[in-house]
Design a protein around this ligand. Structure first.
Ligand SMILES: NC(=O)c1ccc[n+]([C@@H]2O[C@H](COP(=O)([O-])OP(=O)(O)OC[C@H]3O[C@@H](n4cnc5c(N)ncnc54)[C@H](O)[C@@H]3O)[C@@H](O)[C@H]2O)c1
Length: 281
């Protein structure tokens, strides 16, 4: 039974994960590397909850209770007694490996270490932690409060107890957990990201303007959102990081990141979060 949840990374995913856990009464500690990032996470949660109150999905008391369940910290050691820690930091293998190694030292023996990584094999993070049976993937979709799916990724080393606890937590959050085995990009991003990458090649080669490409996929394929809008929402840095993992780990050029994507990330055009990507925000 999970009572205390640690969430590391207070960005768009971490804030959403903290919010949904706090909303069902879990005690959440949200951790980031700078106070301004933690503050931004709390602002995101507050804004989301205010919107839900205005739409009469929840009332003021629910909002107050949810916010009251979230504490913040800059110290990893404050998470040492959590039942589960859900990591949602930047999509960078070396940084995540270092974090899992630190968590392996800091946390009590029963703490489950879950990663919200979009693409990095869970087995690699499990090995880095030194407690591989306690490591699992818990891949939420963006925006977390809205999207139903959670891929629960079982590495070869993940114990039954770790897997079952994580799977049940996702159910308690009113999500639909799906068991996925440990391959780069899992199911969601192995299928989605090559499509977004191909849409970027279409822009680069002048096949059509971004808005036209998005319109084709929305009206022609009944996608709720065009691929370039979606890429902007995910974050172009995250999209590039995922394509690099797929390209490297499958060693197959069909996954090569679009040069335009690389160029935009180098220019700091990261999508919605930086104010500009394929569109301006
Ligand atoms: N954006 C999406 O649509 C999406 C969807 C599913 C999964 N993910 C995954 O979730 C993770 C986070 O993505 P995001 O979009 O929220 O990114 P983001 O850039 O919005 O937030 C990342 C946060 O992590 C913090 N951080 C970085 N290093 C840290 C460390 N060592 N310790 C503590 N905090 C640290 C940063 O300060 C930042 O606040 C990534 O692994 C990403 O692949 C993203």
């Amino acid at each position: 039974m999970v009572s205390n949840v640690g969430v590391i990374g207070a960005g768009q995913m971490g804030a959403g994960i903290a919010q949904v856990c706090a909303a069902i009464g879990k005690k959440v500690i949200l951790c980031d590397i700078k106070q301004e990032f933690v503050d931004k996470g709390i602002q995101t949660i507050t804004r989301n909850l205010e919107r839900s109150v205005s739409k009469e999905r929840i009332d003021e008391t629910d909002m107050k209770n949810t916010l009251g369940n979230v504490n913040t910290t800059l110290e990893l050691s404050d998470l040492s007694n959590c039942d589960i820690i859900i990591e949602a930091i930047v999509e960078n293998m070396d940084i995540k490996k270092k974090l899992f190694s630190d968590l392996g030292h800091i946390c009590n023996d029963n703490t489950i270490l879950a990663s919200n990584t979009s693409s990095i094999p869970i087995g690699i993070l499990a090995k880095a932690s030194g407690r591989s049976e306690k490591v699992v993937g818990m891949h939420f979709m963006n925006p977390v409060p809205v999207m139903k799916l959670v891929e629960v990724i079982r590495a070869k080393s993940t114990s039954d107890l770790t897997f079952d606890t994580t799977f049940n937590l996702a159910k308690d959050l009113s999500k639909v957990p799906v068991l996925v085995n440990d391959f780069p990009g899992f199911v969601s991003n192995r299928i989605l990201l090559p499509m977004l990458n191909e849409a970027m090649f279409c822009v680069m080669e002048g096949v059509a303007e971004p808005k036209a490409i998005d319109t084709v996929m929305k009206l022609g394929m009944s996608h709720p959102m065009g691929p370039l809008t979606l890429a902007d929402f995910i974050g172009l840095d995250t999209c590039l990081a995922i394509m690099e993992v797929l390209h490297r780990d499958f060693n197959d050029d069909k996954y090569r990141p679009c040069p335009l994507l690389k160029e935009m990330v180098e220019q700091g055009k990261l999508g919605k979060k930086s104010g500009e990507g394929f569109y301006k925000y």
